[in-house]
Design a protein around this ligand. Structure first.
Ligand code: TRP
Ligand code: SF4
Length: 336
């Protein structure tokens, strides 16, 4: 038995299967996960049930979306030896705890979650006036609570869901006894990367650089990236603070070189063509090892499947224990 003082905190986080990831997903979330693996007892989950809440209409693409995302996870450094990597729908306990928690979650709490009304509006054409979509945060609570995760690394947009999880815990424990553990959100440092057009990098804007994209393709896309619009000729002084190329430099290029570029741009000593070539080589140098590992995994889908199966077995042990405690507390397991 590990003593409480040496046991690591447990984290659980999830991502909806969105296929091949872009460098914004990498810098925004995945890279944080990779770094957490040694610090925490880590669970990383493909949230495929969550993707049904807004994408139930056509699920044919799911296997590819899951596979491509997991390949990126592994290529970026998630390590099945150090983390439990699994798919939500492979562990039926998620569905069962979701059902039980749905019994005690007031509708008002769910309707008040800010993302609920926002998404209904944003995705008006999709018809997500469904029971499942309203219950999205209950499902997310089940994910967290099954593993008794004390820390949940998420972006700002997901914080209200973790807050709701805490409320559900208090209600459950108040009704049935101290069984569930209140989790805490860890806000991952918000690095929002600009896309090729200067808007936020996002698949839906088609302005991304993919994690596994070829070096040539990355260089080519950067060559036509938007820059400071006021800089028409090479002799015009530039304004790095409004240039998306520069924003990417700040993330991918060493700080000393970034300062040099800043100065050279303002004094028109560097042209955008050269500046972009430096950026492309910086990004490519960092993506090279990922790209290589990605190709390896892509050629071995059986191994990827094995990793998910093994992860699900591992996850299920913990999930099953928690669910048993929950059902015991609710007097669902026995006849006496
Ligand atoms: N809802 C999260 C998102 O879309 C994904 C997710 C599902 C999650 N279950 C989770 C994140 C549990 C953290 C913990 O980003
Ligand atoms: Fe942007 Fe670089 Fe051109 Fe300056 S030199 S405007 S930072 S691309």
């Amino acid at each position: 038995m590990i003593s409480a003082t040496t046991a690591k905190d447990r984290v659980l986080s999830g991502m909806q299967p969105s296929g091949a990831l872009h460098i914004g997903n990498w810098m925004g979330a995945l890279d944080n996960w990779v770094n957490m693996q040694d610090v925490y007892d880590s669970y990383f989950m493909v949230a495929d049930y969550h993707s049904l809440t807004t994408g139930y209409h056509d699920t044919r693409g799911l296997p590819t979306l899951v596979f491509q995302m997991v390949v990126d996870w592994l290529a970026a450094g998630l390590d099945p030896k150090r983390s439990v990597i699994f798919r939500q729908s492979d562990v039926p306990e998620h569905a069962e705890l979701h059902l039980l928690l749905s019994m005690i979650t007031p509708l008002g709490w769910l309707e008040r979650v800010p993302s609920y009304k926002e998404k209904l509006k944003e995705l008006a054409q999709r018809d997500i006036h469904t029971y499942g979509f309203l219950g999205y945060p209950v499902l997310m609570s089940s994910d967290i609570l099954l593993y008794r995760a004390s820390k949940v690394p998420v972006g700002q947009d997901q914080v209200p869901h973790v807050e709701l999880t805490r409320e559900i815990v208090r209600r459950f424990n108040g009704l049935y006894g101290e069984v569930l553990l209140e989790p805490e959100a860890i806000l991952t440092e918000a690095k929002v990367l600009p896309g090729l057009d200067g808007k936020k990098m996002s698949k839906s804007y088609g302005n991304t650089l993919a994690l596994g994209e070829s070096a040539e393709s990355i260089a080519k896309k950067i060559r036509v990236m938007m820059t400071d619009p006021a800089r028409v000729r090479k002799s015009d002084p530039g304004h790095p603070e409004v240039c998306p190329v520069f924003s990417l430099h700040k993330i991918f290029t060493g700080s000393q070189q970034v300062q040099e570029i800043d100065g050279a741009c303002r004094t028109a000593q560097i042209g955008c063509v050269d500046c972009k070539a430096i950026l492309a080589s910086q990004i490519n140098a960092q993506l090279d090892p990922i790209r290589e590992r990605r190709l390896e995994w892509e050629e071995h889908p059986k191994q990827v499947q094995e990793i998910l199966q093994q992860g699900a077995r591992e996850a299920q042990k913990t999930a099953h224990d928690t669910l048993t405690m929950v059902k015991d507390a609710m007097h669902l397991n026995s006849l006496e």
